[in-house]
Design a protein around this ligand. Structure first.
Ligand code: GDP
Length: 186
């Protein structure tokens, strides 16, 4: 049986660690340098629930509150990993804007349950923490999303992020065949 492909978009303000999380998951490496990324797609095969999956991770270039949310960000996308860093208030504000833009761009019917994982990254920088765990959790709860705090640097809970989004996606499509959420035609 060929693996089932699941496409996940990783979004968030610049420098929150999107690429670092993806590279840690796919290659188990951490590179402590910052190269503002253009959009890149990475792939990793995983086994989940007795099935083979090919996870395609779209490492987006990063957004801010003024970015136009392109429909390209949700065509064929099964789920979203939304990342802020716990030492940046700005990244926490931006992630709320990105979340709202995702919902606005999706069809109304699929708004109720978009597979989402909210990630507070850089937990190793606890001395510089400005967003508490409770605040992150509260935001995720208000979205009906899963919440994870991670460190790409120390490899804390990175695997969990991507397995949880896969789990959320599979929950969404359970018994529902292969239909996925698409953007509304605006
Ligand atoms: P992106 O722009 O969101 O893709 O961010 P990058 O992955 O390029 O990371 C931005 C900067 O944060 C780089 O200098 C990374 O080394 C650093 N970084 C990423 N994740 C972590 C982390 O978990 N802890 C720490 N201390 N630094 C991190």
């Amino acid at each position: 049986m060929p693996p089932k492909t699941r496409k996940i978009a990783v979004m968030g303000f610049r420098a929150v660690g999107k690429s670092s999380l993806v590279i840690r998951f796919v290659e188990d490496q951490f590179v402590d340098s910052y190269h503002p990324s253009i959009e890149n797609t990475f792939e990793k095969r995983v086994k989940y629930s007795g099935q083979d999956f090919l996870i395609q991770l779209v490492d987006t270039a990063g957004q801010d509150e003024y970015s136009l949310f392109s429909e390209a960000h949700c065509v064929d996308v099964h789920g979203y990993v939304l990342v802020y860093s716990i030492n940046s208030q700005k990244s926490f504000e931006v992630i709320k804007v990105i979340h709202d833009k995702i919902l606005d761009t999706m069809g109304v019917s699929s708004r109720s349950r978009v597979p989402l994982v909210l990630v507070g990254n850089k937990t190793d920088l606890h001395m510089q923490r400005v967003i508490s765990t409770e605040e992150g959790k509260r935001l995720a709860d208000s979205w009906n999303a899963i919440f994870v705090e991670s460190s790409a640097k120390q490899n804390e809970r990175v695997k969990d992020i991507f397995l949880m989004i896969l789990m959320e996606v599979e929950k969404q499509y359970e018994g529902g065949g292969e239909t996925k959420q698409d953007c509304s035609i605006l």
